[in-house]
Ligand binder design. Sequence first.
Ligand code: PA5
Length: 443
Amino acid sequence: MNTLTLDIRKSGIEVSADMKAKAQAANALLHSGKGAGNDFLGWVHLPSSISDADLTAIESAAAKLRAKADLVVCIGIGGSYLGAKAVLEAMSDPFRLLRKEQKDPTVVFAGQNISEDYIHALMEASKEHSVAAIVISKSGTTTEPAIAFRLIKAAIEQRYGKAEAAERIVAVTDKARGALKTLATDEGYPTFVIPDDVGGRFSVLTPVGLLPLAVAGVDIRALVRGAQEMEAATDEKVAFDENPAAIYAAVRNALYTNGKKIEILGSYEPQLQYVNEWWKQLYGESEGKQGKGIFPASVTLTADLHSMGQYIQEGERTLFETIISVGEPASKVTINADKENLDGLNFLAGKRISEVNRMAELGVQLAHVDGGVPNIRIGIPRIDAHTVGGLLYFFEKACGISGYLLGVNPFDQPGVEAYKKNMFALLDKPGYEEASKAIKARL
Ligand code: PA5
C-alpha cells in the first residue's frame, strides 16, 4: 500500500478545476505515449514490468560480486550514478566505515567527476581491498566514466589477470550500441541492459540502480514493491485529489506561475541528502529548457538553517519549499538530564531527539510560510527500501506530469551537449580542428 502523503495546505495554492483537468490530461498523455519525448516513456510502467526473473538475475550477479570483493567501484555519471548513490546513502548507516566488521561490500563511486586527486585517492585506497567494478553508461560514450573505467579496468587486469577481471567487472549499458557494449562483448563481461525507452535520470529502477544497490545489500525487492505501489497510486485512472504526483505537479506549476521560480527540496534527515541531488537532476534536466523551468535547489536541515536559513527567511521572495518529512526514526535516543544544567537544556530531558527535530520542522515551516515561502510537505512514515522506492517513483511521475504542464519535452537534455563540444575542442579531439582554433582564440 502507498504510504506517502502530500500536504499542500501551507502552499497557499487552491488548485483550480482547470489546473486539475490539465494535470489529469498531462498524466493521461504520459500513459497514452502521445506526448513529447514519447520514445522515453519506458519508466512509466517500469516498476510493474520488473519480473521475479529480472530481480533474481540482478541478485545473482550481485551475489557473485559480493563473494569476490569487499570494495565495489561503481562507475557512472548523471542518471547512471545519482539514483544508486541516493538510495545507498538513504539506506546506509552513515558511520558504517567506522565499524570493525563490514557485513556488506563497500560501494564507492567513480566517473562522476574528472578530478585527478579523486581517482588517485580511490585507486590507492583500493589496493588494500579485493576489488570489483560495475561500469554503467547508457550511451557507452560518456567521457567522465570512460576515463575512470579505463584506469580501473587496467588496475583490475594488472592485479588479477584478464580472465579473472572478466569475473569482477559487470557492465550496464545499451543492448546493442555504444563503445561500452562493444568492449563488454569483447571482454566477456556479464552485461545488463538499460532499456532503450528509459532515459538516464529515470533509470534508477533498472539495473543501473538495482545492481549496485543489491551489491550493497539493499533489499531491492522492497524498493521495487514501493515503486509498484506508487505506480498504481499515480495511475491515470486515479482521481486528481487522490493522486499525490498530479497534485504535487499542479501545485509547483501554480507556484511557478505566481513567480516562485526556485524550489528548495529539504529534509531533516541527512541521509536523504543524495535523494535531493537525484531530484535536482531529475527536475533540472527535465524542466530547465526553452528559457523556462523551476530552478531545483536543496537544503539539509537543520544544518542549512545556519547557512541558507537567513536567505530563505528574508531574501528575494522567489522561493518555495518542499520538505520530505520522515515520520519515525529507525533508532531511539533520549536526551539525558544533567545535574549542572549549564546549557539550560534540562527542560528537554527525557525527550527523544526526534521530538526536538519534529518541533524544529514545524517551527521552521511556520516561520518560512510567514516569511513568504510557501510550503509543500511530502510525508513518508520511515526511511526504508519500500518507502524510498515509492518516493522515487512519485518524483518521477510528478516530473513527467509537471514537464507536460510546463509545455516542455521532459525527456530530452539538448543543453548538456554544449560543454562537451567546447571540452573536446580544447582537448584537440580529432575532428574538432576548426573548433579548437576558434575556441582557443577566445581564451
Ligand atoms: O539523464 C541523463 O540522460 C544523463 O544524466 C545521463 O544519465 C548521463 O549523461 C550519463 O549518460 P550515460 O549513461 O550515457 O553515460
